[in-house]
Design a protein around this ligand. Structure first.
Ligand code: OGA
Ligand code: MN
Length: 297
């Protein structure tokens, strides 16, 4: 059966049918999906009851796995998953929701802020593929914003003002904005800021996007307050309902997004109940600005 795609939002998001992601893709199918990602920026696949290995294998059609080091404060011995997926659940190793005051839980709450995955890395992520294994009974929708449409809607004066601006991104900025500020020396080293352009151009179709993220905490050449106000204004603009798609999860949905042209956030949910979400992350291929690549291997 051929793949078919129905657009779910005025600007972006395609709902894909006719594909079982557990089956290996032909080169032609992989190209078709990637072309759809370029166009829709977010793709929704329903009814994909997959294992971690199947999820990773599907993701690897679109690039290489991103090295997860430096993306969280969970100690290796506390990892719940022994697969190559990022654990985006609220669960501990015992399979139960983490206590509300647990450090990893407090850190993970940062996903409720608008962000683009791994914008705190020198080479930020290309795609994220998130699979719903247990859906939380209350809240927990994931929202996506189309940063191309948001860029297009800016006035010419703003476009000119921001064209060449560079921002500093760090997990310490996003978490710091929620009041999470205690880090070990090792974590401070790991979370050192990286530079990203504020306006980036998509490698396939060359459309420009606003490259915003709650990880951005400074604009190079501006005072901190001035820079943060600009970032806030742009974020407020880019996340108006006009540019936002709200995904209400159904068990076994797989949602795939292009971090180079979207932002996302998860809404608050019932932390006393499980929410098991697992993410495969595909690495980007180049920095958005020329800089020393961090020796983060
Ligand atoms: C992510 C993320 C949102 C969610 O996986 O990158 O931000 O809905 N998750 O859990
Ligand atoms: Mn994310």
């Amino acid at each position: 059966m051929a793949i078919s795609i129905r657009q779910l939002h005025k600007h972006f998001v395609g709902e894909v049918s006719g594909l079982d992601v557990r089956q290996p893709l032909t080169a032609e199918q992989a190209r078709e999906i990637e072309a759809a990602m370029d166009k829709y920026a977010v793709l929704v696949f329903h009814g994909q009851d997959i294992t971690d290995e199947q999820q990773m294998a599907f993701a690897l059609n679109f690039g290489e796995r991103e090295n997860p080091r430096g993306g969280n404060v969970t100690r290796k011995e506390d990892y719940r998953l022994d697969s190559p997926l990022n654990d985006v659940s609220n669960l501990g190793k015992d399979g139960k929701p983490l206590p509300r005051d647990h450090r990893a839980h407090l850190f993970n709450l940062g996903n409720c802020l608008w962000h683009s995955d791994s914008s705190f890395r020198a080479i930020p992520a290309k795609y994220s593929l998130l699979s719903a294994r247990v859906v939380n009974p209350k809240g927990g929708n994931t929202e996506f914003a189309d940063m191309r449409a948001a860029y297009d809607a800016l006035d010419d004066e703003t476009k000119a003002e921001i064209e060449d601006l560079i921002c500093e991104h760090s997990l310490m900025y996003s978490r710091g904005s929620l009041g999470f500020t205690d880090y070990s020396e090792e974590e401070k080293e790991m979370f050192k800021p990286v530079l990203q352009r504020l306006v980036r151009t998509h490698p396939a179709h060359r459309r420009k996007s606003l490259y915003l993220s709650s990880h951005a905490g400074k604009v190079v050449g501006m005072s901190v307050p001035e820079g943060r106000l600009l970032l806030r204004d742009l974020t407020e603009h880019a996340t108006q309902p006009e540019f936002v798609y709200v995904h209400k999860w159904t068990l076994h949905d797989l949602v795939m997004w292009d971090n180079r042209q979207t932002m996302h956030r998860v809404r608050r949910y019932d932390q006393s109940q499980p929410r098991d979400m697992r993410r495969a992350t595909i690495a980007g291929t180049e920095p958005t600005v020329k800089q020393q690549l961090q020796a983060a291997e």
